[in-house]
Design a protein around this ligand. Structure first.
Ligand code: ATP
Length: 305
């Protein structure tokens, strides 16, 4: 049995690695806007707005038309406001973010920015206005400087360093023997989960987007890093229309509105206090997370690249 299980174990590991690499590629292509799933309308407009209002109007969507994932989702993020989405795994939270970035077009209904259907906007102006802090940041095999500047490739050295300072990663970078020239990524320095998120935040600060999507990491950071990252995000959210996909309920307490998703539908909405008073799904999730907190945090989840 042992003889058999070793190769099987290896095969499993390889499968996971290949799968992860493919996911990364997909994300990378997403970032580089090389996906051609959606096309600009012939008379597409350029999105020019500093504090946009975002609306999802009765949005229905399925990756496969035979399996609908979102069954009519309605909500609004007021100009400069924050809406947080919570819900069990698979309920459709990240799908909302992918649709807002227009990786895919909605099946029915519409997403509107300041009243204009996303499909009437140029993709370049839409994606240029949206900053994403993803769950798992893709690092290129290049210097940390290059990796931060990726947020806005024409940024100056001063701007890159200012963004790194604002994301609280500058001091860490200059403490490295090669400073900003330190290679990162697969073949370079492995950054912790928290450091990678800071790189993503620095990129977003450089990009200076009017819409921010924060897809919170599922892997646990230690509570000190978590609080620090949260504080940095709160700072960059100011004045930007923000959608937070939250996996930890502690992140959402300050949102203007919290949406609770269940199987592709919004089943509850309101402020943290209002939702707790309802004694529904949100209360259940909150109680569960509070009891999980009492258990020790799993070690090692922070170092994966
Ligand atoms: P999590 O908290 O685990 O990130 P989520 O609430 O963000 O979950 P989504 O990623 O939006 O969930 O997924 C919603 C549903 O859509 C899931 O059932 C999933 O299987 C399906 N799905 C997600 N991405 C794809 C895809 N690229 N192709 C087909 N189905 C997908």
């Amino acid at each position: 049995l042992l003889q058999l299980s070793a190769p099987l174990f290896l095969l499993g590991m390889m499968y996971r690695e290949v799968k992860q690499a493919l996911t990364n590629m997909e994300r990378l292509f997403g970032l580089l806007d090389e996906r051609q799933d959606v096309q600009d309308a012939p008379n597409a407009q350029v999105l020019e707005t500093r504090r946009p209002n975002v609306r999802f109007d009765n949005v229905r969507f399925g990756y496969d038309p035979r399996r609908e994932i979102l069954h009519g989702v309605d909500f609004e993020i007021p100009a400069g406001g924050t809406v947080a989405v919570v819900g069990h795994s698979g309920s459709g939270k990240s799908t909302l973010a992918r649709l807002l970035y227009r990786f895919y077009d909605v099946g029915e209904g519409a997403i509107r920015i300041d009243g204009v259907d996303l499909r009437q906007l140029t993709q370049a102006s839409l994606r240029g206005s949206i900053g994403i802090v993803p769950q798992d940041t893709v690092l290129f095999n290049d210097s940390i400087y290059y990796n931060i500047r990726y947020g806005r490739p024409e940024a100056s050295r001063e701007e890159v360093e200012a963004a790194a300072r604002a994301a609280h990663i500058h001091d860490f970078i200059v403490s490295l023997p090669d400073g900003y020239e330190t290679p990162v990524g697969e073949r370079g320095l492995k950054l912790s989960g928290g450091e990678k998120q800071r790189v993503a935040i620095a990129r977003a600060i450089l990009k200076n987007p009017s819409i921010l999507i924060f897809d919170e990491a599922t892997s646990a950071l230690d509570s000190k890093s978590e609080r620090a990252i949260q504080a940095e995000l709160e700072r960059i959210q100011v004045g930007r229309t923000t959608l937070v996909i939250a996996h930890r309920l502690s992140t959402v307490m300050n949102a203007d509105q919290i949406l609770v998703m269940d199987a592709g539908r919004i089943v509850e909405r309101g402020s943290h206090g209002e939702l707790l008073a309802r004694q529904g799904l949100y209360t259940q999730m909150w109680t569960l997370q509070q009891s999980e907190k009492e258990r020790p945090v799993e070690k090692g989840s922070e170092v994966s690249q």
